[in-house]
Design a protein around this ligand. Structure first.
Ligand SMILES: Nc1ncnc2c1ncn2[C@@H]1O[C@H](COP(=O)(O)OP(=O)(O)OP(=O)(O)O)[C@@H](O)[C@H]1O
Length: 510
């Protein structure tokens, strides 16, 4: 469990641990290549949102994991041209998302190479072969922690530059503060000051893409900078679950004790995406014990989740009430003003990192901020799409190009709808709980709104009928088909009912 202690710089300095570069992942027990494939699958999904489907399909979507060891993951593109474009424009995003999905033991470097896709995927090539086949374009660090294991000479072609570090982006300075996030921001600054906890545990919640992970990383870095002896651990709940499960499956009590020690030997424990732990009772119990024990010792706990702890279905009542017992703060939707300021910050950053000439006229900015009434992540995705298009095609950004991109993209809130969002909107409109929505109950006042949600899911998302059925308590696709048909019929004959559905649709599109 060495990595679990890696948040203590002293620990790693005192006892440098030499490990085989092909050792299994300490938390999942998977071989590095398998682990990299799994992480890449998650990163790819996020890239589709972050960069937009078109950019992703043309560039990052063409990457494949070709090699991986504990420290270096090589992503291979079909050609050197594509690899170099990705390195120049999207590497930062790939590295940041990789770190997000592999918080516990991220590789130190991610390399973009041009290589023969098929042979690279067929099997991990020996090092010499890698030197022949791959042409790494860059080797930036994913984390500053130095390893005592020498980097293979063939992979140490170029040295990192400080601007390559994705963590540079997730700072307090880069976080734009507005009415919807000022409480979370103030709380984050307070936590990063490493003072004795005033509130404990602290929960920051908000919908996806609202900046929770950004704040968590900012806290982690600022706390370490302000007091290097302050031990901070930031872990996603997914990694918590994997680590816990492998410790339980590991060899005897030692593995479990090591797991516990790794999480309890900290001054600040930060857990991201806590809602993922919801339907895992064993992990929930362990998490609760960890939190109680740390709080009792005066250690600070910070949890991020996509909703208020009370609303995390399938979380135990004890966990919910414990999480709600400290300070709970919400990051709400960004208003127009905030979106405009985030956009300005994105422009500044792009100017500083490779495109000093970048110009977006005020009317195009206004349009972008006004239309992108979704999350900061969506705004960033649309911005990346517009800027990439202009950079690749060498055309200026104008109101028309922005309008064109937005109308032809999936960035608008209405097109990024999820079944979950639709279910929540319908529940709110029809005064029903989410538990009822996905329950087996067939009372009319529950079954009808459920049908409405199924109907809207079919109409407004790209999910298949079986997929939608699964998200409604494991129902069959024929049930969804029936719902779609029934709601269509009712809309045609019942104006009031039709009006209700139009109102829900309108809410979903704002
Ligand atoms: N207030 C803000 N100022 C500047 N950038 C922001 C702000 N809020 C979010 N962002 C940016 O939006 C993107 C998404 O943020 P982040 O990943 O932190 O969201 P999240 O709430 O953790 O989402 P998820 O729950 O899906 O993990 C990041 O690139 C982040 O830097």
């Amino acid at each position: 469990m060495n990595d679990a202690n890696s948040s203590s710089p002293h620990a790693s300095r005192k006892q440098p641990v030499k490990r085989s570069t092909s050792a299994p992942d300490l938390y999942t027990g998977e071989p590095p290549l398998q682990s990299a494939h799994n992480t890449w699958a998650k990163v790819k999904t996020d890239l589709g949102y972050a960069l937009g489907p078109n950019v992703h399909r043309s560039w990052t979507g063409q990457l494949r994991v070709s090699q991986a060891n504990e420290r270096i993951v090589t992503l291979a593109a079909p050609s050197r041209f594509i690899a170099s474009k990705i390195e120049a424009n999207y590497a930062d995003t790939v590295r940041r998302l990789w770190k997000k999905h592999d918080m516990v033991a991220p590789p130190r470097d991610i390399i973009f190479s041009a290589t023969n896709e098929r042979s690279a995927l067929a099997s991990p090539t020996p090092r010499r072969k890698a030197a022949e086949n791959t042409a790494p374009l860059h080797t930036p660090y994913l984390q500053e922690v130095k390893s005592d294991v020498p980097v293979p000479a063939d992979l140490e072609e170029t040295k990192p530059t400080s601007t390559d570090n994705p963590r540079d982006r997730f700072t307090f300075d880069n976080f734009v503060v507005g009415a919807s996030n000022e409480l979370a921001f103030a709380v984050a600054r307070q936590i990063a000051s490493c003072r004795a906890p005033q509130y404990n545990p602290i929960v920051i919640h908000g919908a996806n893409g609202m900046g929770k992970t950004h704040l968590l990383h900012a806290i982690e870095d600022a706390a370490r900078a302000s007091d290097p002896s302050y031990r901070v651990k930031l872990i996603s709940s997914e990694n918590f679950v994997s680590a816990f499960v492998s410790s339980v499956r590991g060899t005897g009590r030692d593995a479990i004790e090591a797991f516990k020690a790794s999480l309890r030997d900290v001054d600040l424990l930060i857990i991201d995406d806590a809602h993922f732990i919801a339907d895992k009772p064993g992990s929930q119990e362990e998490l609760l014990h960890t939190l109680v024990s740390l709080v009792a010792q005066g250690r600070q706990i910070l949890i991020a989740a996509d909703r208020h702890p009370d609303k995390i279905e399938k979380a135990s009542d004890r966990l919910k009430s414990y999480l709600s017992s400290g300070l709970v703060c919400r990051i709400g939707a960004a208003d127009y003003e905030l979106r405009l300021r985030i956009l300005d910050r994105l422009i500044q950053r792009r100017r500083a990192s490779g495109n000093p000439e970048l110009a977006i006229p005020q009317n195009a900015r206004d349009h972008l901020a006004a239309r992108m009434n979704a999350t900061p992540r969506d705004l960033e995705g649309a911005f990346n799409q517009i800027v990439a298009q202009s950079e690749f095609l060498g055309t200026p950004i104008t109101l028309e190009t922005v309008q064109d991109t937005l109308s032809d993209s999936r960035y608008m809130a209405g097109q990024r709808l999820t079944v979950d969002r639709i279910q929540r909107a319908v529940c709110e409109a029809f005064g029903l709980s989410l538990t009822d929505m996905v329950s087996k109950r067939r009372a009319r006042q529950i079954a009808r709104p459920r049908q409405v949600a199924m109907y809207l899911s079919k109409k407004l998302t790209k999910r298949s009928l079986p997929d939608i059925g699964r998200r409604f308590g494991g129902r069959d696709h024929t049930t969804v088909m029936h719902a779609v048909k029934r709601i269509d019929e009712l809309r045609a004959v019942d104006a009031e009912f039709n009006g209700q559905i139009e109102a829900v649709e309108a809410t979903l599109k704002t």
